[in-house]
Design a protein around this ligand. Structure first.
Ligand SMILES: Cc1ncc(C[n+]2csc(CCOP(=O)(O)OP(=O)(O)O)c2C)c(N)n1
Ligand SMILES: [Mg+2]
Length: 549
């Protein structure tokens, strides 16, 4: 058996069904082994997209997604995807080729030290130096990628090790590993803090969105009856339709949801990960914070919890609820703020201005995307609006990246969601900047016959940066660009392009696109003057009025 065959059988034994990538000549033994395996090789048109797709597989399933590239240039194109998975805690295994290590027939041609490049971007980066170690290295790679806190790992397989003949070695099989549950002393201490709180508030953070945690979280929230808000990446972990939902912290301060945060005397932060743009800022004054997570909290200038419950989150929360249920007279102290907060956030959601307001776009998307439909965001100004205004009902149905916050991941992450959930509606929402960073993947989406709609918000600018520039008092400079005709561009790929030309045209266009199936690109002009009006002027005047009171 060749090294490559052993690698591929080890991947099969890990349950891998698809590998995304762009191979090079150093991978040809692996490609040949894949051809003869049950694993499907999915070519993307850029390695970055392969990494975004593999990471999103990990995010959606909890099992590492796998991507494959050649050495040097191909491997370097994985770096942004590696960082996306590292900051976003998405399990992923990246396999890259390399020239032979036993002889150098091409000197240093295309040779870059990829393992060293990957060290700061991964949980583990390792070159495979002998066939004998493949079974254990692959198992170790998957174990490390998957275990809390999940993330990417990198394996480099030199072409001579891939081609090396050896005996049929036994694989190392995976087995279930149950995590320890929080210590009773920690649970007692946490229960005491919660019982003593006059105005408790739960915050669901990024780790709350881990697959399979939703039921335990919902159960906890409903058993204790404490209102909750979420961070951007914690959205959907407990349904936004819950009577206890207080909103999403898309900004770090001053938004309507912060009325509740500022009044709370205890914040129970479940699964908060400080890679996220802060949902609120801790200072010397302010509420006590209880961290509940798989791992201890990282200590930051603006997040330094006062107590912790560390362990498998679901079962630990069940034990905490056992201690608390029925003993919390103050549980719903902050709930009276809810209606006002949510009403403010929903303001102007149906305004018929053209170009469309971000609020109207969010509103219309929600109309055509069913509860289990998935909206995948790229990065731009609209992310704040979607995080803040879009109400999610099912976990992991608003996939956004509030960690690396990279442009270019919207389309590939939506392609992965469409591949994994062929029965659900999937929508990518991209700016005209971010979309063009990976728009070549439309070819991949058409080739894979994905049912997918891409919504492009057109402002002919790097809107987010233009907004920051203006709100920081800089003159408007350097942020605008031209665009291709998106309809013609989509049609050229064999997708179908749509142009929204009136405020009432968006929802029907999206609906028709979903009904037709296949790949659709809907371009809609957006009016970003709302960014300044709401996110700066309105929130600023509200807080100064409050401070003046
Ligand atoms: C790869 C990458 N480059 C640059 C940035 C910085 N950045 C954040 S948002 C943004 C503008 C995005 O423009 P667009 O995609 O058109 O969305 P808009 O804000 O206009 O809606 C930029 C340049 C980033 N986050 N990622
Ligand atoms: Mg733009």
């Amino acid at each position: 058996m060749k090294g490559a065959e052993l690698l591929v059988s080890a991947l099969e034994s890990e349950g891998v069904e698809r590998i995304f990538g762009v191979p090079g000549e150093e991978n040809l033994d692996v490609v040949e082994s894949l051809r003869r395996s049950k694993i499907e090789l999915i070519l993307t048109r850029h390695e970055q997209a392969a990494a975004f797709m593999a990471a999103t597989h990990g995010r959606l399933t909890g099992k590492p997604g796998v991507c494959l590239t050649t050495l040097g240039p191909g491997a370097l194109n994985l770096t942004t995807g590696a960082a996306y998975a590292l900051l976003g805690a998405m399990p992923m295994v990246m396999i890259t080729g390399q020239k032979g290590i036993l002889s150098r027939k091409q000197a240093r041609f295309q040779v870059v030290d990829i393992v060293s490049t990957m060290v700061p971007l991964t949980k583990m980066a390792q070159q495979i130096v002998s066939l004998a170690t493949i079974p254990s290295i692959v198992r170790e790679a998957f174990r490390i990628a998957q275990q809390e806190r999940p993330g990417p790992v990198h394996l480099e397989l030199p072409e001579d090790i891939a081609a090396e003949e050896g005996p049929d070695l036994p694989l190392v099989k995976a087995h279930p590993i149950e995590l320890p549950i929080a210590h009773p002393a920690a649970l007692d201490r946490a229960a005491g803090m919660i019982r003593r709180a006059a105005r408790p508030l739960i915050m669901l953070g990024a780790a709350a969105s881990r697959p399979h945690l939703a039921d335990a979280l919902s159960e906890f929230v409903h058993r204790v009856g404490i209102p909750f808000f979420n961070t951007q990446m914690g959205k959907g972990a407990v349904t936004g339709q819950s009577r206890l939902y207080m909103g999403t912290a898309a900004l770090s301060a001053r938004d309507y949801v912060h009325e509740a945060v500022d009044r709370a005397d205890l914040i129970i932060a479940i699964g908060h990960d400080t890679v996220e743009k802060p949902p609120f800022l801790m200072g010397p004054e302010g509420p006590a914070v209880l961290h509940i997570g798989y791992l201890p909290a990282t200590v930051e200038e603006i997040f330094f919890p006062h107590a912790e419950v560390v362990g498998d989150v679901g079962p630990s929360l069940a034990l905490l609820a056992d201690r608390l249920e029925g003993t919390l007279p103050n549980a719903s102290a902050l709930l009276p703020l809810r209606d006002r907060i949510l009403a403010h956030v929903a303001d102007r959601a149906t305004e018929s201005r053209f170009p469309l307001t971000p609020q109207r776009i969010v509103n219309d998307v929600r109309q055509v995307v069913p509860e289990d439909g998935i909206v995948c965001l790229d990065n731009g100004m609209y992310k704040i609006w979607f995080a803040r205004n879009y109400r999610t009902c099912v976990p992991n149905t608003l996939l956004l990246d509030n960690a690396l916050a990279t442009m270019g991941a919207g389309l590939p992450s939506a392609m992965m969601a469409a591949l994994h959930y062929p029965q659900r509606r999937v929508l990518a929402v991209c700016g005209d900047g971010g979309f063009l960073m990976n728009s070549q993947e439309m070819e991949t989406a058409v080739r894979l016959r994905l049912n997918l709609v891409v919504l492009i918000l057109q402002d002919n600018a790097l809107g987010m940066i233009r907004w920051k520039q203006a709100s920081d008092g800089f003159p408007d400079y350097g942020m605008t660009f031209g665009n291709p005709d998106f309809v013609a561009y989509a049609n050229a790929y064999g997708a179908k392009g749509w142009r929204v030309e009136s405020a009432d045209g968006l929802a029907p266009a999206l609906e028709e696109a979903f009904q037709e199936g296949g790949l659709h690109v809907v371009s809609v002009p957006v009016d970003y003057s709302e960014n300044m009006r709401v996110l700066v002027d309105e929130l600023q005047s509200r807080t100064s009025a409050q401070e003046g009171k």
